[in-house]
Design a protein around this ligand. Structure first.
Ligand SMILES: *Cc1c(COP(=O)(O)O)cnc(C)c1O
Length: 398
């Protein structure tokens, strides 16, 4: 028998993690087991849209846990019916399938598109995706992703995902054939370093896919649920996609995701799709509590305002330290540092009690709670400013 000698040893080592254990969170704050407090601009990777342990979600979970946890996906339950109806009312879609993770929702979107191709388009099955894209870590979603680091892994991949270039409509056109059934993209490429699709590109994609009878699939796992100041990012571009996936923010911190489709695209038949925990009442109750808050026009306006404030403060810092551009929308922003110091900045910020994320060696990403206060943004900026000054001084000496 192997006995783990270190408290961390019994967990599979899947990424480098700081050697602290987080025990409590509240809003934009997080505490570790030594009592140290952190200001959190990662928020579970853009998950905790209402901050850590928001009372609305905690209360919904507590109340639902005493009523009904799981009747089985073969029976209806009230929270999933209510949440599906609310999502349909708030979007351009007609039907919802709930999942437990973003990758699972995307896997469902891929299956739905292939089913559509089998039924309505002579077996067409290819889905055009993009260089730099990220859609999850199942085999099909890794194959759909355009992440360079995934390329050598877990061969052979799932076939049928030709890659186009970002914001380049001609590169999409070149890949269309009679095997094509859809185009799938993140409105802002998040994991790649916050690279927005232009509203013009989204409009062109909608026109192109319509003209070729292709499905337009938006992966709004990171951009949806108010993150960019609209409930769903596609609204910015004034388009209506055929399929959308949601994850991360939709559960406000608990594992919930969703696949949404228009009536025309919603073509699963019995036996095509399912899952033991899918649409369980406990997670859907949390989702309802989240949606009730996030869909409020005043709340979305406050996200836009907070985003503009964070953006202008990042631009100020960038000018002061001679850094690059600020990218993104709402509260999904990136700062281009121009040199590969992002990991050092993240490590120094961690020491100072501020949690930041570096999606690339030269890029910082900011994905705070959607209800982050101006004072919290100002505190983070103050910390970042001091760290950049310190690194700048050290580089000038060296
Ligand atoms: C996080 C993410 C996923 C994967 O979601 P998981 O819940 O980690 O499976 C897929 N697409 C995008 C755009 C994401 O940001």
């Amino acid at each position: 028998m192997n006995i783990a000698t270190h408290p961390f040893d019994a967990l599979m080592e899947i990424t480098a993690r700081p050697a602290v254990v987080f025990v409590r969170g509240e809003g934009s704050l997080l505490w570790d087991d030594s009592g140290k407090r952190y200001l959190d601009f990662v928020q579970g990777w853009a998950v905790n849209c209402l901050g850590h342990s928001p009372p609305a979600v905690a209360e919904a979970l507590a109340a639902q846990s005493k009523l009904l946890l799981t009747p089985s996906p073969a029976f209806y339950n009230a929270p999933s019916l209510k949440l599906a109806k609310a999502l349909v009312e708030q979007s351009c879609f007609d039907q919802v399938f709930f999942a437990n993770s973003g990758a699972e929702a995307n896997e469902g979107a891929i299956k739905l598109a292939r089913k559509y191709g089998a039924l309505r388009k002579g077996g067409a099955h290819e889905i055009i995706t993009f260089e730099g894209g990220f859609h999850g870590r199942t085999l099909a979603t890794m194959s759909a992703s355009g992440k360079k680091a995934f390329e050598p892994l877990f061969e052979p991949k799932v076939s049928g995902f030709p890659k186009a270039q970002w914001n380049d409509i001609a590169s999409v056109k070149r890949l269309i054939s009679d095997k094509t059934i859809g185009v799938m993209l993140e409105p802002i490429q998040g994991e790649a370093g916050v690279w927005p699709a232009t509203d013009q590109f989204l409009g062109e994609l909608r026109a192109l896919t319509k003209a070729h009878r292709l499905l337009l699939i938006v992966d709004e796992i990171q951009t949806g649920m108010g993150r960019t100041g609209k409930l769903f990012h596609y609204e910015h571009a004034g388009i209506e996609p055929d399929i959308m996936t949601l994850g991360k923010g939709i559960g406000g911190g608990v594992p919930l995701a969703a696949l949404l489709a228009t009536e025309a695209a919603s073509c699963f038949e019995h036996g095509d799709q399912g899952g033991t925990f899918n649409g369980n009442p406990l997670m859907c109750a949390a989702g309802l509590a989240v949606l009730e808050h996030v869909a409020e026009p005043d709340f979305l306006k406050s996200v836009t305002d907070a985003g503009l404030y964070l953006e202008s403060e990042l631009q100020r810092i960038s000018a002061r330290h001679g850094l690059g551009e600020v990218r993104g929308r709402g509260l999904l922003l990136a700062l281009d540092l121009k040199i590969p110091i992002a990991a050092s900045v993240v490590a120094l910020a961690f020491e100072d009690g501020v949690l930041l994320n570096a999606p690339r060696p030269d890029t910082l990403r900011f994905m705070p709670a959607l209800n982050v206060s101006r004072a919290e943004i100002a505190l983070m900026i103050e910390c970042l400013d001091a760290i950049l000054a310190k690194i700048g001084a050290a580089r000038r000496v060296a």
